[in-house]
Design a protein around this ligand. Structure first.
Ligand SMILES: Nc1ncnc2c1ncn2[C@@H]1O[C@H](COP(=O)(O)OP(=O)(O)O)[C@@H](O)[C@H]1O
Ligand SMILES: [Mg+2]
Length: 378
């Protein structure tokens, strides 16, 4: 099966083997990325329809636990623990939403390197359609080094391919096959800015609903294309700190009032305080779960995954936020944003205990595809 209207060119297959992996994935050079620098990923069946399409970033998160907050230079500082997990807000949402039972497709650009292949393997194992992911041979995959210090953390990102994804890489016909389009990390995805509002307008015209989680703006400017993009957004999913900084307000309710372009639904993530839902004139606080986090990396993206799963089952916004609180809290129970979702026993026990499936009116998730290797914990 080949990606949409893209056919492989015979005789130009490339093969690679993932270390310690028994499967061999086949890479085929496809139009329109048949020039020297890019190639498309193939090897898995393309689903005909999707619940959620996501265009965005993939990277690996390298997490070092137990480092001092003040880090002296020229000293050997020892970490107490280390994990490599699938990262990138878009990738985490895609991975976790798929594990929760949604049909998900992710379009992204990754480096033609081991990091890119590990990330892709994780996504495929979770059930994400990765057939439109493109390998770039000239730029390495993005990477984030995270240093958690209790609830605060240092976040150091090398963007690599993250900011190189452009509208040119997006296949409108493919993405518009989804009922919903989710956009994450607006300010890391600088390459997507040119043409993004027009692309979202076309998706809306094609009957696709849209959600946005800006995540942080490293420059803290919160400028274009946010206002233009917000006019196409059905559900806006920032966290409290981002909401306040993007509007220059200290108070959350004031911040929401200050937004010039206000989507119909605004759901603000508030860490250990749960979420606040703004819908028309009504404001509802949705209580968090009482958990002791391992780390809170990716909790917001995991919230988005649970929220969208419920939203696409036509649940009301408060129920969706309750679902998000459950999946956000689940994420905190293991390293990074995806490890708790990959651990089937942990995940299913947690979701059952907090009545996630009763809330959604769905059955438990199916086991994920055969897990290829285990997490790279040390
Ligand atoms: N300490 C915690 N206790 C319970 N739930 C949490 C905790 N931290 C995060 N969550 C859940 O994860 C969601 C997202 O976390 P938050 O830190 O606000 O987002 P982000 O990762 O975008 O900064 C919260 O709204 C909440 O549902
Ligand atoms: Mg976030």
């Amino acid at each position: 099966m080949y990606c949409n209207d893209v056919m492989p060119r015979s005789g130009r297959s490339l093969r690679f083997r993932i270390k310690n992996r028994s499967r061999i994935f086949r890479l085929l050079v496809c139009k329109p990325y048949e020039h020297a620098t890019c190639r498309r990923y193939d090897g898995f069946n393309i689903m005909k329809t999707y619940d959620i399409a996501i265009a965005g970033e993939i990277n690996l998160d390298l997490i070092l636990y137990g480092l001092p907050t003040e880090m002296e230079t020229e000293r050997e500082l020892l970490a107490g623990g280390f994990q490599v997990t699938l990262g990138g807000s878009s990738a985490i949402v895609a991975h976790n939403a798929a594990i929760l039972g949604a049909q998900v497709a992710l379009t992204s650009l990754v480096g033609d390197d081991d990091f890119g292949r590990i990330a892709l393997d994780r996504l495929h194992t979770a059930g994400v359609d990765v057939s439109t992911i493109i390998f770039d041979k000239t730029i390495g995959s993005g990477v984030t080094v995270l240093l958690p210090h209790g609830e605060r953390r240092h976040i150091l990102t090398y963007p690599g391919t993250i900011s190189e994804l452009t509208i040119k890489h997006l296949d409108f016909n493919f993405l518009s096959r989804a009922r919903h389009f989710h956009l994450s990390s607006l300010y890391l995805q600088r390459g997507l800015h040119a043409g993004l509002p027009g692309f979202l307008r076309r998706l809306k015209e094609a009957g696709t609903t849209i959600s946005l989680d800006t995540n942080d703006d490293p420059a803290d400017h919160w400028g274009s294309p946010l206002p233009e993009v917000l006019s196409y957004v059905d559900v806006f999913l920032p966290n409290e700190d981002e909401m306040c900084r993007m509007t220059g307000r200290d108070n959350l309710d004031e911040a929401v009032q200050t937004l010039h372009v206000r989507p119909a639904a605004i759901v603000v993530k508030r860490g250990r305080r749960g979420a606040r839902v703004y819908e028309g004139a009504s404001v509802t606080d949705v209580a968090p779960l009482n958990v002791v986090p391992v780390d809170t990396i990716g909790a917001g993206d995991s919230f988005d995954a649970g929220f969208l799963r419920a939203w696409l089952l036509s649940k009301d916004l408060v129920t969706c936020a309750r679902a998000g609180n459950i999946t956000g809290a689940l994420s905190t129970q293991a390293s990074g944003g995806t490890e708790a979702f990959r651990n089937q026993n942990l995940r299913e026990a947690f979701l059952r205990k907090h009545q996630f499936y009763d809330l959604l009116g769905t059955r438990e998730t199916l086991p994920t595809r055969q897990t290829v290797g285990s997490s790279e914990s040390h």
